[in-house]
Design a protein around this ligand. Structure first.
Ligand SMILES: *Cc1c(COP(=O)(O)O)cnc(C)c1O
Length: 249
């Protein structure tokens, strides 16, 4: 809890939330014996405005993420030029062209066929996108991502696509109110990354894992990039859930 004056509205809510997130990251790094510089804070701006992004940039953030190509296409041109953009939502092949044009990093590469389409569009646009391979470590049917065995099997074929720079792996942990419940999935992604790097004979430095609710556990398990939306920008509209489920924590 970061309440200072319960009766007065916070005049700088974003700055306060950013400071709270920074404290959480710093504390988790300290517990894990890691340097703060090892973890990048990626600000997830989906559903939030270009003005909100600009404010985040004024406070020093530079890495931003969007889930949908269509929303990004409208928003990115309105945002400060120094923003570096990551795509974190499922990408349909027919939107690969726009994704390659808009994003420096595509974190949601979840199949060989999508990787091939990104290669094709990158050739046409003379781009070399950074990519992360998204892994569905918990095997949830509701989520996209490679099965862990499959990503190892197909890794060399993705690596043969010369336009793609594979920087590491990404996962979205199952939803859990107790973050300790997802620790094993983060650990599994790190172990998978180590095996994949062995197979490649090259390092895969990026482990994109951890969000607003579970970033501490992710950092303790080796995350190098936490993707934080709600804890920075506030609640997003959640039409699929009952209002009282948003809780009071
Ligand atoms: C929305 C989203 C996030 C951020 O989630 P919060 O809980 O709001 O921090 C992170 N990663 C992915 C892939 C997302 O879609």
């Amino acid at each position: 809890m970061d309440q200072v004056e319960p009766d007065l509205p916070d005049p700088h809510p974003f700055a306060s939330r950013l400071a709270a997130v920074e404290r959480r990251i710093t504390a988790a790094c300290a517990r894990a014996g890691r340097a703060r510089e090892e973890v990048t804070l990626l600000a997830v701006s989906k559903t939030h405005s270009a003005d909100a992004v600009a404010e985040a940039v004024r406070l020093g953030l530079t890495q931003f993420a969007e889930s949908k190509v269509q929303e990004a296409r409208a928003k990115i041109p309105l945002c400060p030029l120094r923003c570096r953009w990551h795509l974190i939502g499922h990408l349909q092949s027919n939107k690969a062209r726009d994704a390659v044009a808009l994003f420096e990093t595509i974190q949601s590469v979840d199949s060989l066929s999508l990787a091939r389409e990104i290669q094709k569009q990158s050739e046409k646009q003379s781009r070399h996108p950074k990519v992360l391979l998204e892994v569905n470590v918990a095997g949830e049917s509701s989520k996209f991502g490679w099965a862990p065995d499959r990503v190892l099997e197909e890794l060399m074929e993705v690596n043969a696509l010369d336009r793609l720079e594979i920087h590491g792996l990404m996962t979205i942990a199952p939803y859990a109110t107790d973050p300790e419940k997802v620790r094993a999935y983060f650990r599994r992604l790190r172990e998978l990354r180590d095996r994949a790097a062995d197979r490649l004979g090259a390092p895969l430095p990026v482990l994109s894992m951890g969000m607003s609710g579970d970033l501490e556990v992710a950092i303790e398990e080796g995350s190098t990039m936490v993707r934080v939306g709600t804890a920075l920008f506030g609640d997003r509209p959640r039409p699929q859930r009952a209002p009282d489920e948003s809780g009071a924590d």
